[in-house]
Design a protein around this ligand. Structure first.
Ligand SMILES: [Ca+2]
Ligand SMILES: [Ca+2]
Length: 217
């Protein structure tokens, strides 16, 4: 054979070896790349779970903070209303439109009871009943600067109104404004007309056992 034939065969053999070598390298690179990408995907999925948890926690935190903000805003609004009301009352006090009230001494309360004429009015069913007596007595006292309580007691199926003073030296006293009589006591379970006065009003034909006592100052 001619020597050029061997040269050609040699060149072709070299090319074949080179090509196979290149394919193996490319194949190895591709597997590495897939492995890296797969690892990267795992990391991304892991990050994704973390981010989802973070978003969930932040959403919960935002919801809680929103609730707190709404609560605080409500408190601020209530306080603003209270401030406005107080400023209004202060303004009225400064203008002399309101008068300040004080709790009386026991003697001052007695003096008022005996000089006030509410008890001289006549009870009229439907138009001037116990609540009108108690309201008039309260308003007359407070027009003089004496703080007076409007007292409502319940008998279960009926109710009655009277008055109270929180005296500075002898505590709370209760007054029946229809006749100026001061009660000896006023307790739940008492029968109002039978137990609460020194005067004997006799046994009542209706249930007057006290089931609740409310003082509106
Ligand atoms: Ca009187
Ligand atoms: Ca009052």
């Amino acid at each position: 054979m001619h020597w050029s034939y061997f040269v050609i065969v040699g060149i072709l053999a070299c090319l074949l070896i080179y090509t196979q070598s290149t394919m193996i390298t490319t194949n190895e690179i591709s597997q590495d790349t897939i492995s890296n990408l797969s690892s990267h995907v795992d990391n991304l999925e892991s990050n994704n779970v973390y981010l989802r948890d973070t978003i969930f926690n932040l959403t919960t935190t935002i919801s809680n903070l929103t609730t707190i903000i709404n609560t605080q805003q409500n408190i601020i609004e209530e306080q603003n209303m209270s401030i406005n009301s107080t400023q209004e009352q202060l303004s009225l006090l400064q203008n002399g439109t309101f008068y300040s009230l004080h709790d009386p001494t026991y003697a001052e309360a007695q003096l008022f009871i005996h000089t006030d004429c509410t008890d001289s009015y006549t009870y009229k069913l439907g138009t001037f009943e116990c609540d009108e007596f108690a309201e008039m007595f309260n308003n007359n006292a407070e027009s003089l600067g004496i703080r007076c309580g409007f007292v409502i007691i319940e008998f279960g199926d009926a109710a009655h109104a009277l008055n109270a003073f929180n005296t500075v030296d002898k505590g709370i006293i209760y007054i029946e404004p229809q006749n100026d009589e001061q009660l000896v006591h006023l307790n739940l379970g008492d029968s109002y007309w039978e137990d609460c006065f020194e005067t004997n009003y006799g046994t009542q034909s209706f249930n007057n056992t006290i089931t609740s006592i409310n003082i509106i100052w």
